[in-house]
Design a protein around this ligand. Structure first.
Ligand SMILES: [Zn+2]
Length: 346
């Protein structure tokens, strides 16, 4: 499944069909040209080739080619012997746990978007810092009750999600990994993770940070790269660009606004009791018992319209920026652990 256009070195040597291979095709060693070539299969009427995006192409993508097999940064692709030896040598110092969601991303993006982008950035960070950092198994499902009126969305209860993440972190700590980063790719997970962060730090006694990938992309950078001034934060130009760059083989469907309108979608009424149960868990859809007055339908259509501005080149720039941010953060965290300093640094 991996296209020849995506860096011959990785073209055939491992299967794309693995369910955990959800971080996208884009990986170290890929050339910018091959990425751009591959985006011809992209979105709708995407605006191609913003000069800015080209200039700020994330250098993590074009950086030195690593000499190891890229899948070595994935914990689950190693054997127990390999992990044991990495730990005993003192080379393996940290782990990243990607979290996300399997949820609706409007008409054009695959449901895997949030966990795919978190996993992709986690992989790029781990590759940059190899062999110090390993990627723990991504948590595909997250907290998303407010999207349950859109078909395909899967949600966990808040406490299920938190308990799952804690158990994975606890396991990693038990094996002697003392620096842990939860790298989140889904908006609804941010608060549940943040509210548990300090408690987890205390319980585990490790250097621990929880953060969402978009926080590594400063507002002014985003504004320079993206065309649309509005930011609807979901399935819009931002996420669609990342999908085009991160998975050039195709997680973006070609959808026109006519097709959108012809579908006559309604997310403001007519919910089944089951759906309404989920929507009322979170205040996004219902406020004070009434549907959000700005209008779910208007927001949904707005996201669809903004996605038309997306391009893979913009996505590369955004991914590169986030990767650089988390490489720097991970280095600081590892240094703090080595120096016996508490985290976050005072
Ligand atoms: Zn998303």
């Amino acid at each position: 499944m991996r296209s020849k256009a995506i860096g011959g070195r990785f073209a055939d040597d491992f299967s794309q069909e693995n369910i955990l291979n959800i971080g996208g095709d884009m990986i170290h060693g890929i050339s910018r040209r091959s990425l751009l070539r591959s985006f011809t299969g992209g979105v709708t009427a995407g605006i191609i080739g913003s000069g800015m995006a080209g200039q700020v192409l994330g250098n993590s993508l074009a950086r030195s080619k690593s000499r190891m097999h890229p899948e070595k940064v994935l914990l689950w692709e190693n054997t127990r012997r390999e992990i044991r030896e990495l730990l005993e040598s003192g080379n393996l110092k940290a782990a990243i746990l990607p979290t996300g969601s399997i949820e609706q991303h409007n008409e054009h993006l695959a449901l895997v978007q949030d966990i795919a982008q978190a996993t992709l950035i986690s992989k790029l960070v781990a590759l940059e810092l190899y062999p110090q950092v390993i990627v723990a198994p991504p948590s595909p499902c997250g907290y998303a009750p407010y999207w349950m009126s859109r078909k395909g969305t899967i949600t966990l209860r808040r406490e299920t999600f938190q308990a799952y993440v804690f158990d994975v972190l606890h396991s990693l700590k038990t094996h002697g990994i003392r620096t842990l980063l939860v790298l989140n790719g889904h908006g609804g997970n941010h608060q549940p993770l943040k509210e548990a962060e300090e408690k987890w730090r205390k319980e585990l006694g490790v250097t621990l940070e929880v953060d969402s990938f978009w926080r590594g992309i400063p507002r002014e950078f985003r504004d320079r790269v993206l065309t649309s001034e509005e930011n609807l934060s979901h399935a819009d130009e931002f996420e669609t660009s990342i999908a085009l760059a991160g998975h050039p083989k195709g997680r973006v469907r070609r959808i026109t606004m006519k097709q959108y309108d012809d579908a006559k979608l309604n997310y403001e009424s007519g919910f089944s009791p089951d759906v309404e149960h989920f929507l009322r868990i979170d205040s996004r859809t219902f406020k004070n018992g009434k549907i959000y007055e700005e209008g779910e339908n208007k927001l949904d259509r707005g996201r669809q319209r903004l996605s038309l501005f997306a391009s893979a080149e913009k996505g590369e720039a955004l991914i590169g920026k986030a990767t650089d941010f988390f490489v720097a953060k991970m280095k600081k965290m590892i240094a703090a652990t080595e120096a016996g300093q508490s985290w976050p640094l005072k």
